[in-house]
Design a protein around this ligand. Structure first.
Ligand SMILES: NC(=O)c1ccc[n+]([C@@H]2O[C@H](COP(=O)([O-])OP(=O)(O)OC[C@H]3O[C@@H](n4cnc5c(N)ncnc54)[C@H](OP(=O)(O)O)[C@@H]3O)[C@@H](O)[C@H]2O)c1
Length: 254
């Protein structure tokens, strides 16, 4: 195969890379030849995830920090860029969910979701760009959601944050494009991860997913990996400001 999808010599930070979709994207990127720096809050989970990749001969490191600790996030990006002398991709994927009816939503919970799912992406994108601009190259990839495009009840902070990422991606794409840095958003549909345990274990919700998704099933985490490799690799060099929906066709179904 040509080098179209190769990430050889690349260094990528993947936030929320200790499990779920982040680990799936990091795994695919490491399989494409990159060095992946896995982030999450729990060092033990991170070490275990990195050890599994390294046991397969893949290149993985860890960077434990809370993305909503903006000072720690800023320092971590600088440390990765300093250590490797480059930062080719920043996959800004860490996210949390909070599901309660509107009248039970506390303002501090809304703020917590926005801080983790949106403001942290702004801070991390800014700091990644600081490392990428001098090299005239870089890929910022954010994990949005189809729940930033369509909506379901109870997830007010989440949907506001994911819709916000769509706008943030556009301003980053137009400002950083001339400097050689692209920004895109991957919008997953319904994937079987820890975030969705309450939903995957609910037979009524699973029946709803099967009826609404043209492919008729939940997605498995590895099915997100190709999108991240595409956007980070030479294959994605002219893709900028794009929302790449990976949802089995759900948002297109009438
Ligand atoms: N699963 C889906 O169907 C789906 C659909 C659309 C979009 N998404 C998005 O995809 C992303 C990943 O979701 P997932 O389903 O893989 O969730 P997950 O299984 O719950 O994994 C979340 C990851 O984020 C990390 N994380 C959470 N808060 C963090 C923080 N403050 N700082 C650093 N790391 C943090 C977690 O590690 P620690 O807890 O150890 O910190 C973990 O590695 C999220 O942005 C989510 O909104 C998921």
């Amino acid at each position: 195969m040509s080098d179209l999808f190769s990430l050889k010599d690349h260094v990528a930070l993947v936030t929320g890379g200790s499990r779920g979709l982040g680990l799936a994207m990091a795994t695919a990127m490491a399989e494409a030849g990159g060095t992946v720096v896995l982030n999450g809050r729990d060092p033990k989970t991170l070490d275990a995830a990195a050890a599994k990749l390294k046991a397969r001969g893949l290149k993985a490191e860890t960077a434990p920090f809370d993305v909503s600790d903006f000072d720690a996030a800023t320092k971590a990006v600088a440390a990765i860029a300093r250590k490797h002398g480059r930062l080719d991709a920043a996959v800004l994927n860490a996210g949390i969910q909070h599901r309660v009816p509107l009248l039970e939503w506390k303002t501090e919970d809304f703020q917590r979701v926005i801080d983790t799912n949106l403001t942290a992406c702004f801070v991390l994108a800014r700091e990644a760009a600081r490392a990428m601009i001098p090299r005239g190259a870089g890929r910022i990839i954010m994990t949005g959601s189809i729940m930033g495009i369509v909506a379901r009840p109870t997830i007010h902070g989440y949907t506001a944050a994911k819709a916000g990422l769509a706008g943030l991606c556009k301003t980053l794409a137009v400002e950083l494009g001339p400097k050689g840095v692209t920004c895109n958003v991957i919008c997953p549909g319904f994937f079987e991860t820890e975030m969705n345990t309450a939903l995957t274990q609910n037979p009524d919700f699973t029946a709803w997913v099967k009826s609404r998704v043209p492919l008729g099933r939940w997605a498995k985490p590895p099915e997100i990996g190709g999108a991240a490799v595409f956007l980070a690799s030479p294959a994605g060099s002219f893709v900028n400001g794009h929302m790449l929906v990976v949802d089995g066709g759900m948002v297109d179904m009438a």
